[in-house]
Each structure stands twice: as structure tokens, then as C-alpha cells.
Design a protein around this ligand. Structure first.
Ligand code: ATP
Ligand code: MG
Length: 366
């Protein structure tokens, strides 16, 4: 799977720009604030997922423009496909594949990408939101149905939150509370199954990578944590639905008192342990970094197993954050697929990766 060519128009700080990428390693260099991450963001959007930097498409449009487009030729399963994304102010994004209109979710599987940024190095130590994002971003790319569920969930959650916040001033709002809770329970039941199955596969893939990475000294384990009444997150959706509903009922009064949503899968986590000890509380900085790298590399292996091809790997500034042993480990593991690496200095990294160098200056690429 690879991006052969990408053309940007009015996208962030790019006016009009076309780039032809190499099938293996591409090194994107340039000083700060020139457009390196913007280019990776454009490639990532081809997966159909949301941007890794913003929830709002309008932020992708150049400050002085009314619309932006990202057009690309993508090689997927041996076929060249033409993908176009159009962002217009005040409108929904438009997606076309080979000239036919599609939904964003239908891009799932056509092109997949794994992003690795310095933030990911804190994956282990950060709050649960970072680990939920990892699960959601990956599953959205692999399962078209999941992206739609996630969007529904977020909408229902916003509505329920508003009711819980405002019901004291406007008691009539309460009439709709149980309906939103029920909708959330229905979405949750299906999303829990997706997340549990993804977490299980991630755990299987990460363990041997981490074993290798730590020279056999550390055992990395991942466990999916969801609503406490759910006894088996892989059970049929109907059973999970009943258990989620029970949790909601038990917390209904507490939610009204607190004025916020206390129960639901927006609190899920992926618990990570190293040698059976909670990594979030006890891992050293170095251990946490190594474990985070193992998890991200495992994500890449899952995509490979799922689609038969390595996803496009986007390494945003991450190598410069690593010591040379960890750099070496990552670089030795990224073969077999297309990689886009951004960095501020070109020589060292491009020499070590043997990749082609692109230089970005003020939204223009050479
Ligand atoms: P760094 O090395 O610091 O990470 P970078 O090359 O990755 O830098 P980018 O994050 O790609 O930099 O951003 C480059 C510039 O794009 C920033 O100066 C930012 O102000 C600008 N920019 C972001 N969004 C827009 C937009 N919608 N319209 C125009 N310019 C934008
Ligand atoms: Mg950047």
C-alpha cells in the first residue's frame, strides 16, 4: 500500500503543490513551521479517518481560501486508485474514489496509515484518552462500520451531556434523557466488541516485539478495560447492551447530581503492564518509551495482517526524540512498506534510512 502522488490545493500552508513519493523511504526535511506535518496530515486524511490534529475540517483550509483539496494516486492491493478529498467552508467534506462519490468511512481499508509522533512516546504515561484514540483511529481505518458508530456515539454523548448540565434550569430537557442513554448503550455494545477484539490482537502482536526490544527482559501485556458491569467484552451485543444499561441505571442519580456523564465507553482504557506491574504508574521514562514504540509497531503489524499490505508509516519528528539504540530498532523494523519521515535536519537521518530527501520551505516542496 502506498501513496504514489499527492496534489494539494489550498491545504493548510500549501497553495498548489504536487509531490511524487518513492515506494520505500521518503525523508521530509525543513526548519520548523514550513509544512512537514501538514504534508503527513494530508496523507493521513486519505485513510478516511479524521485528522490527527483537529476535529474540524475547516482548519485544514488555507487561511485565505474558501476550499482545499487533497488529490492522490494510491496503490492498494496492486491497483492504482485515485482519491480526492474536497473541503469547503461550512460544508461536509466530499470524497471521490476513481471519480465516484463515496463516504469518508468507505475509504476504510483502501488506504491505511500508522502515524508515529513524539506524543505517542507518552502513550503509556498519559491519561486513557491517548490510548482510546489509538484504538479508535486504528479501528476506523479497518472497519467502515466503526467510524459511523463512533460519530453516532459522540453526537449522543454531546446531547446527553447538555441535558445533564442544563436540566436544573430547564427541567423539560429530562424527558429525552433516557432515550439518549439508551442510544449510547446500543452504540456502546457494538463498539465494545470492536475495541475488545482490536485490543486482543494488539496485545498478541506487541508482546513478541517488546520481548525482542527489551532483550527478553520485559513482558508487555495489554488489557482492554470498559464499563465495569460488562463481564465479557466479546459476548453478543445484546448481552453487553443489557450490562451497560444496568450500569447506566445504577449511576442515573449520580449523573443528575454531578451534572455530567459518568458512565460509558468514553472512559475506556487499554491497561498496559510490564512484568505484571501497571506501566502507567511504575514504568521508568525509558521503559515507557520502549513500550510505546512496541505498541505502535504492533499496530503496523495488525494492519499488515488485516489488509495483506503494510500501511503507510508516517514518522513525524519521532526519530530525533529517540536515542540511537531505539532509532536503530525502529529503523530495522520499518522495511517492507512505504515510510514518510519528517525531520529538521536531513543528512543524518536520510543517510541512515537511504531514503529520498524532500525539502520543505514555506509550503513549497523541492
Ligand atoms: P515543525 O518542525 O515545527 O513541526 P512543520 O514543518 O511540521 O514544523 P507544520 O505543522 O506543517 O510545520 O505547519 C506549518 C505552518 O502551517 C504553520 O506555521 C502554521 O501556521 C501553518 N498553517 C496551519 N494551518 C494553516 C491553515 N489552515 N492555513 C494556512 N497556514 C496554516
Ligand atoms: Mg511538525
Amino acid at each position: 500500500m502506498r501513496v504514489e502522488r499527492i496534489a494539494l490545493s489550498g491545504f493548510r500552508n500549501y497553495d498548489e503543490q504536487t509531490v511524487q513519493f518513492e515506494p520505500a523511504v521518503n525523508v521530509i526535511c525543513g526548519p520548523n513551521a514550513q509544512g512537514k506535518t501538514n504534508l503527513l496530515e494530508a496523507v493521513y486524511l486519505l485513510t478516511g479517518a479524521h485528522s490527527f490534529r483537529t476535529r474540524f475540517d475547516r482548519e485544514l483550509i488555507g487561511f485565505d481560501r474558501d476550499w482545499a483539496s487533497v488529490q492522490a494516486e494510491v496503490e492498494s492491493a496492486g491497483r492504482s486508485q485515485s482519491v480526492k478529498l474536497l473541503f469547503q467552508r461550512g460544508q461536509r467534506r466530499q470524497v471521490t474514489v476513481n471519480g465516484a462519490k463515496k463516504t469518508s468511512a468507505s475509504l476504510a481499508g483502501l488506504m491505511t496509515a500508522v502515524l508515529f509522533s513524539p506524543d505517542d512516546l507518552y502513550l503509556i504515561k498519559e491519561g486513557a484518552a491517548a490510548r482510546r484514540r489509538l484504538m479508535d483511529n486504528a479501528i476506523c481505518q479497518l472497519r467502515p462500520g466503526y467510524a459511523a458508530l463512533l460519530a453516532d456515539y459522540n453526537k449522543l454523548y454531546e446531547n446527553k451531556t447538555r441535558i445533564l448540565r442544563d436540566w436544573r434550569e430547564k427541567p423539560s430537557l429530562l424527558a429525552a434523557l433516557d432515550e439518549f442513554s439508551d442510544g449510547l448503550a446500543r452504540c456502546s455494545a457494538r463498539m465494545i466488541r470492536y475495541r475488545a477484539s482490536f485490543a486482543e490482537r494488539l496485545a498478541e502482536a506487541a508482546e513478541p516485539i517488546h520481548q525482542d526490544f527489551s532483550g527478553g527482559r520485559e513482558k508487555l501485556a495489554l488489557g482492554y478495560k470498559t464499563v465495569s458491569t460488562v463481564t465479557d467484552p466479546r459476548a453478543p451485543a445484546e448481552q453487553i447492551y443489557t450490562q451497560v444499561t444496568a450500569h447506566q441505571a445504577a449511576h442515573r442519580q449520580a449523573e443528575l447530581d454531578a451534572g455530567q456523564c459518568l458512565t460509558g465507553i468514553h472512559k475506556d482504557d487499554l491497561e498496559i503492564t510490564l512484568n505484571d506491574v501497571a506501566a502507567r504508574s511504575f514504568a521508568s521514562q525509558g521503559q515507557a518509551r520502549t513500550a510505546a514504540l512496541s505498541v505502535k509497531l504492533a499496530e503496523r503489524e495488525i494492519f499488515k495482517a488485516e489488509t495483506g499490505q503494510y500501511p503507510v508509516l508516517l514518522l513525524d519528528d519521532v526519530l530525533s526524540e529517540l536515542d540511537s539504540a531505539r532509532q536503530e530498532f525502529v529503523l530495522n523494523r520499518i522495511g517492507g512498506g512505504q515510510t514518510l519521515i519528517t525531520c529538521c535536519e536531513d543528512e543524518n537521518i536520510s543517510r541512515r534510512t537511504g531514503g529520498r530527501v524532500f525539502t520543505v520551505t514555506g509550503g513549497s516542496i523541492r
